[in-house]
Ligand binder design. Structure first.
Ligand code: SF4
Length: 159
């Protein structure tokens, strides 16, 4: 069993503190473009949803990487990224089914959540408690958790 970040869109105020905390922690900048967590705004229903890597059980990003720059720690469940090995082909970015990986042309590397090695700073500093770091049974559960939150916020049959 591994731990992951669980989001509560109903608690997110859209302050984007998580993005700044992440970019500063990982890349020494205060720039949402350098953040591995990204707040999506749904203005029509007035909610905000922070999105980040789900540390998939069978990560597509890892499968397509030809130079093994992405590896999964089977004990913690964290998918780690090695910028030294990365050749910048961006295959992993297009392979992520959730759009949770980006490539920074400025930093010349992939921006991807690694749960701060088990101490996610975005969770620690989110002022509204919209992010939690907790045990998850499986990747399927992670997806179901997120889907159920969307149903809660948008309502059944929302598109
Ligand atoms: S951009 Fe880097 S990490 Fe992503 S697939 Fe290419 S080499 Fe691998």
């Amino acid at each position: 069993m591994s731990k992951g970040i669980v989001i509560s869109p109903d608690k997110c105020t859209g302050c984007r503190t998580c993005e700044l905390v992440c970019s500063f922690t990982k890349n020494d900048t205060f720039n949402p473009k350098d953040s591995a967590i990204s707040v999506q705004f749904f203005d029509e229903v007035g909610i905000q949803v922070p999105m980040t890597c789900l540390q998939c059980d069978e990560p597509h990003c890892m499968t397509v990487c030809t130079v093994n720059a992405l590896t999964k720690d089977e004990e913690t469940g964290i998918v780690h990224y090695d910028s030294e090995k990365c050749i910048g082909c961006k295959l992993c970015v297009s392979a992520c089914p959730f759009g949770n990986m980006t490539y920074s042309s400025r930093l010349k590397k992939v921006v991807k959540c690694d749960l701060c090695d088990g101490y996610p700073q975005c969770v620690k500093l989110c002022p509204s408690g919209a992010l939690e770091y907790k045990e998850l049974d499986s990747n399927l559960q992670k997806r179901k958790d997120i889907a159920s939150q969307f149903v809660e916020v948008f309502g059944e049959g929302a598109k």
